[in-house]
Design a protein around this ligand. Structure first.
Ligand code: ADP
Ligand code: MG
Length: 496
């Protein structure tokens, strides 16, 4: 009985350390805004890199033809092809395949081995082009490359890898141009294809989201990792030394010129005014996964996870909210409870000690188990940890731990979104104002983990208040990161 009391104390203590009352979330958001501004002010000025993307013009809707995308996110990569109809006809055909990346290629291998593997799959996919996907005669196939790791770009189709995240660690790739790495692998495979645009997933999702809905001004990724991108005024980016328009001058901010005339009316009031005032805009890749603040609610389990990770001290925000880590946090809590409070009996079940054995899909299945005797929890615990005969009492506690971890993650995501909205001045609304602010959302965590998504949405409502909340639309943009890259390949085609 003493052991059960001890176990309950551990859960309670963990819950307190993960608490995210609104006051705390507002502090997190304040801190994030400070970091955003520091990152915009100078290179290396903040944990938030606030990278200026080279996507200056978003698609117009006139792009036409067959385009490819390669989306390398972390867990899987996807290759897709789109046929764009031109003149506002949108996407008229699309196909994709998804391939999971062998863990041996994520850490043990050489850069060439990783890119050879990817290109082999891409080449196979290209070879299967059917009659609905006719390439234009005498044209090289063009590809948009979504590469979701921190990269400094020097043009729309080149960029140097700053560091790996999300379980990748291939030292020789760091400091290299990943477009060149990809292109060389294509040459090795005799694949005649040109990389026309490289973006990260957040920027790709923003472009894809914008193609579909003109109100989109930001994108958030909640998948293996987490990141966000948004549209920023060039004059607020102190580190930007490119051209700034003179006041009153109309600039080529095609990123904010609506796709169809019809949608002018729906363009957010605020941004429309800024365009009218001749302020040019830039798409900023925040790399928000690397955000860190003393206000983040962290437990000893999070600190331990970080210390034992491939990138200790980095990506702390990502490590408390994204798909790669939520299951692992739960595993660590359970493992300590087994050790310190004999939660699963006198010995610690060996599987409980295996890092990353508990995935976030399992957390989501257990958290959302509605059966009265928590059958789903029982079967997952049995299959994953080889622990049989869990009592209902124990299963309830497991659900509670999943809920604590997911709730904290979802609410911190909401605080991140609040920071973007505040920075754009979209967190207030004047009476009678008709404004829509849309945020394109992509990633397996947001898409599949219903409780997480609901919790995020509810929390955003609490943070913004009903009236402002109703002007904000979170739009699931399924595969938006890949689709966006293909569309950007089209708008940056060498044939236009
Ligand atoms: P990536 O981020 O690698 O581009 P995805 O956007 O597909 O890939 O996201 C994959 C991540 O989404 C997985 O790492 C996993 O954590 C999470 N995920 C996938 N399915 C579920 C699910 N059913 N419940 C919760 N999380 C899920
Ligand atoms: Mg992705």
């Amino acid at each position: 009985a003493g052991k059960w009391v001890k176990a309950m104390e551990m859960v309670k203590d963990f819950e307190e350390k993960c608490a995210t009352p609104l006051s705390r979330l507002r502090q997190v958001s304040d801190a994030m805004i400070v970091e955003m501004q520091a990152g915009l002010a100078s290179e290396g000025g903040s944990k938030l890199k606030m990278l200026i993307s080279y996507v200056d013009s978003l698609p117009t809707g006139k792009e036409k033809g067959l385009f490819y995308a390669l989306d390398l996110g972390g867990t899987n990569f996807r290759v897709l092809r789109l046929v764009l109809g031109g003149k506002g006809r949108g996407i008229i055909n699309q196909q994709f395949v998804e391939v999971s990346i062998p863990t041996s290629l994520m850490t043990g291998s050489s850069s060439d081995e990783l890119f050879d593997f990817i290109v082999a799959k891409l080449a196979k996919f290209v070879a299967q082009e059917g009659p609905d996907f006719k390439p234009s005669p005498c044209r090289q196939r063009e590809l948009g490359f979504t590469f979701s790791f921190p990269v400094v770009q020097t043009s729309i189709a080149s960029g140097t890898l700053l560091k790996w995240t999300k379980g990748f660690s291939i030292n020789e790739t760091v400091g290299r141009d990943v477009v060149e790495e990809l292109t060389k692998a294509m040459e090795r495979h005799g694949l005649d294809m040109r990389v026309s645009a490289m973006v990260n997933d957040a920027v790709g999702t923003l472009a894809g989201g914008r193609y579909a809905n003109n109100d989109v001004v930001a994108a958030v990724i909640l998948g293996t990792g987490s990141n966000a991108a948004y549209v920023e005024r060039a004059d607020a980016i102190l580190k930007w030394h490119g051209p700034l328009p003179r006041s009153g001058e109309m600039v080529s901010c095609s990123s904010l010129i609506p796709i169809s005339e019809h949608s002018i009316a729906s363009t957010s009031f605020l941004w429309k005014n800024r365009v009218a005032n001749g302020i040019s805009l830039k798409v900023i890749n925040m790399e928000w996964g690397n955000f860190k603040s003393a206000h983040l609610p962290l437990s000893e389990y999070d600190l331990e996870l970080d210390a034992e990770s491939l990138n200790p001290g980095d990506q702390i925000f990502e490590k408390v909210m994204s798909g790669m880590y939520l299951g692992e946090i739960v595993r660590r809590v359970l493992s300590w409870m087994a050790k310190e409070a004999a939660f699963f009996g006198d010995t610690v079940p060996p599987k409980l000690k295996v890092p990353f054995i508990l995935g976030t899909p399992a957390i989501s299945a257990m958290h959302q188990d509605t059966s009265p005797d928590l059958k789903v929890v029982a079967s997952h615990i049995k299959d994953i940890f080889e622990i049989t005969n869990t009592s209902l009492k124990i299963r309830r506690v497991i659900v509670q731990i999943c809920s604590i971890v997911a709730t904290r993650g979802a609410r911190l995501s909401a605080a991140g979104i609040l920071s973007i909205l505040r920075n754009m001045g979209c967190d207030t609304i004047t009476e009678g104002e008709e404004r829509r602010t849309a945020i394109a959302m992509d990633g397996g965590l947001y898409e599949h983990y219903t409780e997480y998504r609901k919790c995020l949405v509810n929390c955003l409502n609490e943070l913004l208040g009903k009236e402002v909340f109703e002007s904000v639309v979170l739009e699931l943009s399924n595969d938006g990161s890949g689709i966006g890259a293909a569309i950007l390949a089209a708008s940056h085609s060498k044939y236009i």
